[in-house]
Design a protein. Structure first.
Length: 206
């Protein structure tokens, strides 16, 4: 089993859609350790529908759509990082975090602390909108300072070649491609769009 972590520079940037495409492309299992917010379809349900691949159950399902530590406190629960060890599966495992790397799981631990425990390679998903240079470079610095191996950056959104190149050059990180916004999202349109992602670079991390 080889795990790949998918994290992002922020929330709502297309990380789950990217995870679904990656899960399908690798023929992998998918795991979302902590789900915050149950009003709409969960990330696991979205990935299962779009990828057609096995999805492992969440360790924590939290009602409130908020930072996991606040959602857990709202339910009288404290997230135990020891319960979030990477599960064993046959083949690749795609693991999706929540929001960005500095999202708190408890009042003592961030997602970054969990990633550092796992020591698995990380793909950083970044949108191409204004502000992404700051958010992406800060996230990369934090990941590297924590000793997390970084596979590269995958962008989501309209093409911004100068912005993307600035991040890649100044952060000295591989460009994994860019996933465009997808009209009529389904498994077929996702895989068509995912052809723009450099799977050779990603597979080299497995």
């Amino acid at each position: 089993m080889t795990a790949l972590i998918v994290t992002g520079t922020d929330t709502g940037i297309g990380k789950t859609i990217f995870s679904a495409g990656l899960t399908a492309a690798l023929g992998a299992h998918y795991w979302k350790p902590v789900q915050s917010g149950l009003e709409d379809a969960t990330d696991s349900q979205i990935v299962a529908e779009l990828s057609g691949q096995p999805v492992l159950p969440e360790t924590y399902l939290l009602d409130m759509p908020a930072s996991p530590h606040l959602s857990a406190e709202d339910m009288g629960v404290e997230i135990d990082l020891d319960r979030l060890a990477l599960p064993e599966v046959d083949g690749p495992l795609v693991v999706e975090g929540a929001g960005g790397i500095m999202v708190p799981l408890t009042r003592q631990a961030y997602y970054l602390d969990l990633f550092a425990r796992w020591k698995a390679p990380v793909i950083l998903v970044a949108r191409t909108a204004l502000g992404t240079i700051n958010h992406t470079t800060l996230s990369l610095m934090a990941l590297r300072n924590a000793g997390c191996p970084v596979v590269g950056v995958a962008f989501v959104g309209a093409a911004e070649p100068d912005v993307e190149e600035t991040i890649i050059q100044m952060s000295d990180v591989p460009h994994l491609g860019r996933l465009s916004m997808i009209d009529n999202l389904n498994s077929e349109t996702l895989m068509q769009a995912f052809q723009a992602i450099d799977m050779d670079k990603i597979r080299s991390a497995l």
